[in-house]
Write a protein that binds this ligand. Structure first.
Ligand SMILES: Cc1ncc(COP(=O)(O)O)c(C=O)c1O
Length: 354
């Protein structure tokens, strides 16, 4: 068992214009008033480091009993699933989706069923598709919001409808919200929609602090307790210096976010103009988020990737990683000047392959 996508993402060819980038530029910690004392290793981490849980809880307006800390959204997803899935349980997973979520559910022995997020419907979360795929044996529904790869937003009405379906059969819904803070305008977390909802997030994508590995799960207290106990088998607790730095980041979250919304808006605008002018790409205008998932009329986008990396020092994520070979994922996470140059190179590569 492994994540072939994650391995590819880590070791793919390095290029100058990585349009694969789904995280905004890294925030430099020297912007903050840090002293060495801020990095003390005093052991306070061991009993579920309260200062960080309090900050996470405060941000969402939920009690600390509902907050579980984890190494990034990745471990948050795994812990949440490990507490929710027994081998053989039926789990519904959106298609296309972020491959490691699918991989984690398989690793835990789930029986996987899929429901479509249709390109013809702008990858909308369609409660009717879930209702059709669901059975009395369904224990868990896995969703990304914003959707990875398309960036589509599932709105509150759609999520409430899914919540009602899940409540009917006693299932839970795990929503990976790692991109949600890049919704325009900002949206509330689904944790407020009812006890069926379990959410995960981190300071990674939107905040440019992936190095801290500061992730979290929000769930009902009894479930949260189970997740903490599962983590005792894996990591016991987080690296304490990272916890302390994460507290500082939470205390300056607006500053950490800084110009990111403006940068993402500028990059989305450039992308929308670019895509609108091309008859070989099919994609809805990007409104939210850090990714889009256009369809290319030229067929398998691995061919586009190969040409783009070789001839133009630029990359996209081929659609094969999302089980849709004719699409590719583009990320808006580069500084705008680099993003613009990357787009122009992408345009030349597409022209070459026409
Ligand atoms: C949907 C989704 N969840 C989780 C992650 C990983 O997040 P983290 O770095 O916080 O573990 C990614 C990264 O690509 C992602 O796209």
């Amino acid at each position: 068992m492994q994540s072939d996508y994650m391995h590819w993402a880590k070791f793919k060819k390095a290029v100058r214009y990585a349009l694969t980038m789904s995280e905004v530029p890294h925030v430099r910690m020297d912007r903050f008033p840090l002293t060495l004392a801020d990095l003390d290793l005093d052991g306070a981490s061991h009993p579920r480091y309260a200062p960080l849980r309090e900050r996470i809880g405060k941000r969402y307006g939920v009690p600390v009993e509902q907050v579980v800390a984890a190494d990034g959204t990745s471990m948050a997803n795994f812990l949440a699933m490990a507490a929710l899935i027994e081998p053989g349980d039926e789990v519904l997973v959106e298609s296309p989706t972020y491959e490691p979520m699918l991989g984690a559910a398989s690793f835990l022995g789930a029986t996987i069923k899929r429901f479509d997020r249709k390109p013809s419907d702008a990858f909308r979360l369609d409660p009717a598709a879930i209702e059709q795929a669901m059975s009395p044996a369904t224990r868990l529904i896995l969703i990304t919001n914003l959707h990875n790869p398309s960036g589509a937003l599932a709105d509150e009405a759609e999520l409430r409808a899914v919540g009602e379906l899940a409540a009917r059969i006693g299932a839970r819904i795990l929503i990976d919200e790692v991109y949600l803070d890049a919704a325009v305008p900002p949206r509330q977390s689904a944790v407020h929609l009812g006890p069926e909802f379990v959410i995960t997030n981190s300071l990674t994508k939107v905040y440019g602090l992936s190095g801290l590995r500061c992730g979290w799960i929000l769930a009902e207290p009894e479930l949260a307790e189970r997740m903490w106990r599962v983590n005792d088998l894996f990591g016991v607790n987080q690296a304490h210096q990272a916890e302390r730095l994460s507290c500082i980041a939470f205390d300056h979250l607006d500053e950490v976010l800084g110009d990111t919304p403006a940068m993402l808006a500028a990059n989305r605008r450039l992308f929308n103009e670019f895509a609108a002018a091309r008859d070989d790409l099919d994609v809805m205008p990007a409104v939210h988020g850090i990714t889009a998932f256009p369809r290319w009329s030229g067929g398998d986008t691995q061919r586009l990737y190969d040409h783009l990396t070789t001839a133009y020092d630029t990359s996209i994520v081929p659609g094969r990683w999302f089980e849709m070979r004719d699409n590719f994922r583009i990320g808006f996470g580069l500084p705008t000047a680099d993003f613009s140059e990357g787009l122009s190179r992408l345009g030349r590569a597409l022209d070459d392959l026409r």
